[in-house]
Ligand binder design. Structure first.
Ligand SMILES: [Cu+2]
Length: 221
């Protein structure tokens, strides 16, 4: 007990400057120092911001997280600003990630009517130290990603399941429910999932199954 009480403050300090790092799509900027500043972790889009193609029928999203338990919202919006009351589209159910390290979801889909438009991809994590934000400038293109980026990998001991989070869901309450966070939402389709990434998709499905079983038996995960 005493050892735990002593160690925890040090852990809290060590993670302050490294909440999570968006790897793909390419983020506005590399630093997590202001990651608790919405909507984009202290960064704004400008003429030097890297733009990543976002395939609406299947795109990879990858980040590295220093936190062992976070809830994560992934969403996109048309345009070049993430400020204001915007028409965000959630592109994947809210995920609870267990274990710190690399996380990749290889098959995220976005609304097809965005093809040809500029937009912003935003990740919001609800972490032990609050809401954390990162954005990427994207151009929506048709089709699905043919080759996964090197950054698309899942760390040893990193697992995830579909989850719910009232704070993150509240952020979507003004937007159309294009992709609800319901557990009935199907996992990324396996038909054209790049093979390297399919394990994560399956593990998410498996986790949903087990969490459903747990609910049925009244257990707490
Ligand atoms: Cu943090």
């Amino acid at each position: 007990m005493y050892a735990k009480a002593i160690i925890l403050p040090f852990l809290a300090i060590s993670t302050v400057s490294a909440h999570f790092t968006l790897r793909h799509p390419t983020p506005f900027g590399p630093s997590a120092a202001k990651q608790d500043y919405g909507p984009c972790g202290g960064y704004n889009l400008d003429e030097n911001t890297a733009v990543t193609e976002f395939h609406v029928d299947g795109e990879a999203i990858a980040y590295s997280s220093s936190h062992p338990d976070v809830h994560v919202l992934f969403r996109v919006v048309e345009g070049t600003t993430a400020n204001g009351d915007l028409n965000w589209s959630q592109v994947f159910p809210i995920v609870e990630q267990f274990g710190s390290g690399d996380f990749c979801e290889p098959m995220v889909v976005a609304p097809k009517d965005l093809v040809g438009k500029k937009g912003i991809f935003q990740v919001i994590q609800n972490a032990v130290d609050g809401m954390l934000y990162a954005c990427a400038a994207v151009k929506f293109v048709s089709g699905s990603l043919s080759t996964l980026p090197d950054t698309c990998r899942n760390g040893t001991g990193v697992d995830a399941s579909f989850s719910s989070d009232s704070s993150l869901e509240a952020l979507m309450s003004n937007s159309p429910p294009s992709a609800s966070s319901s557990q009935t939402t199907s996992a990324p389709t396996a038909t054209n999932t790049p093979s390297e990434g399919s394990i994560k998709g399956l593990s998410i499905v498996a986790s949903v199954f087990w969490s459903t079983v747990a609910v049925i038996f009244g257990m707490q995960l």
